[in-house]
Design a protein around this ligand. Structure first.
Ligand SMILES: Nc1ncnc2c1ncn2[C@@H]1O[C@H](COP(=O)(O)OP(=O)(O)OP(=O)(O)O)[C@@H](O)[C@H]1O
Ligand SMILES: [Mg+2]
Length: 355
């Protein structure tokens, strides 16, 4: 059985991690078995779940039945890939010890997103979850994360072909002076290497690259299943809500529908004027309290109008508005406060009124 999949996308700092955690918590509360994984090396997800750290493989989150959480560790993910590809211990050791490989694991841009596709495909297709929620790293567009596996795969494949085309002449002019992308980027981190070293690395990587090519293909196929959803997050207190339209456009250029827009951290409107008067009655602060009430109400209304104008592009899309909590959510209890705002019946997003 393969799991449903939700990608939570959006720019930096808007609440992707928080939203991912709440969506996962909400599904687990409905009785689903949920894997919540973050591809962001920061520890924000652990913090939001009230944990000091998260393991590489999903483990049960204490206090949340059915919820399993993990933070993808680049080194462990690559190790897992190697072990699946290399049955010959000598080759395994050679690759592990190869300085190009070590640099790929620790520094090569996009290597985390690339190897994440193996983890995601594994969790969706080979594990026993109803839902997998993926908290993606911050990005300026929707394709940055979704396309990373294919992009990096292409770079490696291209480089490999270039070297092979060099023929017995791996030292051919093209290879020696061409300075392919992999060589250039790696040499930035570990210094100039000989073409033989690079060729040796790519040779050892052959099976790994073939395996990853297959994982990237499957990850792409997963994106096109009807059970897969893309949730875009923006924050009411940032200027870029209008810019999020590009995320929708890029997805639709790929025939991938955006399933919902989450507008996070809205200023909650104050309680009613009558409640405010009642609370201040007899304190001597009636006039001040009323002033504060009007200020807060005006600010909340102005923000809502701004948000409505900046998200007009999303008309017709399920939209969820999530209030700003008085402090950053750092426990399951605090995250639970946000559940009603992102609640949805199984498989189908509905609009929920804001606070
Ligand atoms: N509804 C909310 N109320 C109060 N604080 C919030 C809310 N949502 C998010 N935050 C806070 O805003 C900050 C950013 O949230 P979060 O880490 O979820 O964003 P992100 O998009 O995942 O960030 P990054 O791009 O850095 O990964 C955090 O400090 C978080 O605790
Ligand atoms: Mg995050």
């Amino acid at each position: 059985m393969s799991a449903e999949l939700i990608f939570v996308l959006g720019p930096g700092g808007v609440g992707k991690t928080t939203t991912s955690a709440v969506l996962a918590l909400e599904a687990a509360a409905r009785g689903q078995r949920v894997a919540l994984i973050t591809v962001d090396p920061a520890r924000r997800l652990a913090q939001a779940l009230g944990q000091s750290r998260l393991p590489h493989r999903p483990e049960a989150v204490p206090g949340a039945d059915g919820l399993f959480a993990a933070m993808i560790d680049r080194g462990e993910a690559w190790s897992q890939v190697l072990e699946r590809c290399k049955s010959e211990p000598r080759e395994l050791e050679a690759l592990r010890g190869n300085r190009y490989f070590r640099s790929l694991v620790s520094e090569f841009p996009g290597s985390l997103e690339y190897v994440a596709s193996d983890v995601i495909v594994g969790l969706v297709e080979e594990a026993d979850y109803d839902l997998v929620v993926v908290d993606t790293p911050p990005a300026a567009d929707a394709l940055a994360f979704l396309d990373a596996p294919r992009r990096l795969g292409k770079v490696f494949d291209g480089e490999f072909l270039r070297l092979l085309r060099g023929g017995g002449g791996l030292m051919s002019r093209a290879a020696r002076h061409g300075g392919g992308m992999v060589r250039r980027v790696l040499s930035k981190f570990i210094g100039e290497a000989t073409i033989e070293e690079l060729a040796g690395f790519l040779q050892l990587m052959q099976e790994v690259l073939a395996f990853m090519r297959d994982r990237s293909r499957r990850m792409r196929a997963l994106q096109y299943r009807p059970e897969t959803r893309f949730v875009l997050v923006g924050a009411a207190d940032t200027a870029q809500l209008g810019d999020l339209e590009t995320f929708r456009d890029q997805l639709s250029q790929r025939d991938l529908p955006l399933s919902g827009l989450v507008v996070n951290r809205l200023v909650p409107p104050p309680p009613s004027e009558a409640d405010c008067r009642a609370a201040a009655a007899g304190t001597g602060l009636e006039a001040w309290a009323l002033d504060q009430y009007h200020l807060a109400a005006t600010e909340a209304a102005a923000q809502r109008a701004r948000v409505a104008a900046k998200t007009a592009w999303a008309d017709g899309l399920p939209r969820f508005t999530v209030p700003c909590l008085p402090s950053e959510p750092k426990s399951l209890e605090e995250l639970t406060l946000l559940l009603p705002y992102l609640a949805q019946p199984a498989g189908e997003a509905v609009e929920v009124d804001g606070p």
